[in-house]
Design a protein around this ligand. Structure first.
Ligand code: SF4
Length: 294
């Protein structure tokens, strides 16, 4: 993949190489990452962008976005993979008013596009997405409306997300789903969810377990006090990488293998994200679906 020549600080660019640190846990293919927004209004309890984006839950539109994007896209080789977005949801609440994606998407025709969102709003762009080399991934962590409302307070309810997956799939846009993160005691029971995702036309599932950081645990404990207390004990028995705590490896294998078995039973591929486990039957981000028509 042709690389943009990035100066020491990349903050002036809207398109960035994904995972510039080349984490050993990341199994994604080489790709670029882009979001029209800095920060995200979905306000998910488990969100990790708070660790590197100031005022992460006060989203703002990127300045001079369109012009910068046009200039930067000229430097990228055609057919490169562009992921929108790996942090700061492109279809977050502000997008209802701003509709930046609708304006931007036609610029992306020469590339392979992976949309990652938690909103059904993406389905309103299916007419544009259909003409692109694209795939869409929607995160659905639970079917329980009240749990979803607490975990992802400003994101659309699960049934709307599933209905959007169906609309996209019916429009011949390949779709995957992220059951991500799975948090013990809170959203571990996903059997019915996997059934419904399959019925909606989902062809791939990406899943991972919650990685505990102190700020996200604090938010979880405010909404789920009992479960939050148990989570703390459980994670302190697990593995630690920097400021991030993982569940014990055996627990992660049990949870993810269970979801993998459900996905395979429905003929879907499966992958986990940043787990260091050898469970994948598809590309972890679902980008292998791009361009694969029914
Ligand atoms: S949608 Fe993603 S980026 Fe936005 S708050 Fe939720 S986890 Fe964070």
């Amino acid at each position: 993949m042709a690389k943009i020549k990035f100066p020491p600080t990349t903050s002036i660019y809207v398109i960035k190489p994904f995972d510039p640190w080349r984490s050993r846990l990341c199994t994604c293919p080489e790709k670029y990452s882009f979001s029209p927004y800095t920060g995200c209004g979905h306000g998910c309890l488990y969100c990790y962008i708070t660790s590197y984006i100031p005022n992460a839950f006060s989203p703002r539109e990127k300045k001079n976005l369109y012009g910068r994007l046009v200039r930067e896209l000229r430097k990228i080789k055609q057919e490169s993979l562009l992921s929108i977005s790996n942090s700061s949801d492109p279809y977050q609440p502000m997008e209802k008013r701003r509709r930046l994606m609708r304006k931007i998407l036609p610029l992306l025709k020469p590339f392979r596009i992976q949309i990652v969102t938690k909103s059904d709003l993406v389905a309103e762009d299916s007419d544009v997405l259909r003409d692109l080399n694209s795939a869409v991934s929607i995160t659905v962590t639970t079917l329980d409306r009240s749990v979803a409302k607490k975990m992802e307070p400003q994101a659309p309810p699960p049934e709307k997300r599933i209905s959007a997956l169906k609309t996209l799939s019916d429009s011949d846009i390949p779709v995957s789903a992220r059951i991500d993160p799975v948090i013990p005691y809170i959203n571990e029971d996903v059997e019915e969810l996997v059934d419904q995702l399959s019925e909606a036309g989902v062809r791939h599932i990406t899943s991972s377990t919650y990685k505990m950081r102190w700020d996200s645990l604090k938010r979880i404990r405010e909404e789920f006090p009992e479960e939050g207390e148990k989570l703390k004990e459980l994670y302190l028995r697990g593995e630690r990488t920097g400021n991030t705590y993982y569940l014990e490896r055996e627990i992660r294998i049990r949870i993810l293998k269970n979801i993998r078995d459900m996905a395979l039973k429905h003929g879907m591929s499966f992958a986990c994200c940043r787990e260091g486990l050898n469970l994948n039957t598809g590309v972890c981000d679902g980008s292998h679906l791009i361009g694969v028509k029914k």
